[in-house]
Design a protein around this ligand. Sequence first.
Ligand code: PMP
Length: 399
Amino acid sequence: SGWWKAVEPAPKDPILGVTEAFLADTDPNKVNVGVGAYRDDQGKPVVLQSVREAERRILGKENMEYLPMGGSVKMVEESIKLAYGENADVLKDKRVAAVQALSGTGACRLFAEFQKRFRPESQIYIPVPTWANHHNIWRDANVPQRTFHYYHPETRGLDFASLMDDVKNAPNGSFFLLHACAHNPTGVDPTEEQWKEISYQFKVKNHYPFFDMAYQGFASGDTDRDAKAIRIFLEDGHQIACAQSFAKNMGLYGQRVGCLSVICDDAKQAVAVKSQLQQIARPMYSNPPVHGALLVYSILSDPDLKALWHKEVKVMADRIIGMREALRGNLENLGSPLSWNHVTDQIGMFCYSGMTPEQVDRLTSEFHIYLTRNGRISMAGVTTGNVEYLANAIHEVTK
Ligand code: PMP
């Protein structure tokens, strides 16, 4: 006995802790705007029709054998078409090394391990702020972290000038983590013009762009539009890597299906890189799960199901955009003297409200509204039924 005497409880995860507290609250008016998962206008989790139909087609036919270490080759092919575009040259040239990953998190983690193994002296530049788990992922892969400016607290928009300075001042050949769209937690994305400038400067500096794309389609409702940053970098001839997740855009959260792709010099190098990614996966989890990959493949490879899915992604994105307008409208109608333009300017699942931790604490203690203390509101938790209540509470605590 006494083996684990020195083990202290781990600090609570700031995001998952919010849901725990919400569930424990018995107030009938309670609102959870902490969750990073889509809800319908009744506040219920959603399974997409395209996913249900794919399940129906698979039913009874699915075999439960292991996938290869790199996962479903068919799914991965469809996945990289979605990211890079059907007709991308890098696909025709077979220059993309890609493996199925345990959703977006697993794709990031595989890349971090790969980076450490083959670029052992490198660091990773991470935006401030970012999804908190990015820090954990690169920490556990033993890659030193640096930060770059991203969010401007006063404008609640992008601090483009400081971002560009940081890109210029980083040592040549640095690794940068970029959110492809719907930046989490800020909802602030560079414009197309700004992406072009970033891409140009990355060329000048020979930086490495790693794209985390957890929300393709979820930002604008259009999967090509949301991949614009990636397409700009491709056009400029960058060798990028990309982590894709089907958690949000297909609602496959718990199925853990995603993809990591790394663009290489040529087909031969892509084969080598893929074999190394598989080698990293093998001792960690051997091979990824079957079911989610089959669903993704069924949807993306069937024109009708794919069209239905595109419609459903747009419905989700539009509902969120609608709730942004409603939240801002309600705050303005209440006579709030503050500017709430950022609520509608920001995009994707989250609104970085600018509320202080103390204001968030009041939202929770006085109004039973749950969110992370950085003031991040998950727009997916906002409904026509609670938006007025939420706006009123925000108005009260920000007066
Ligand atoms: N990256 C970002 C920026 C995210 O917001 C998320 C989801 N919260 C992920 C990656 C990965 O999520 P998952 O592992 O569920 O795909």
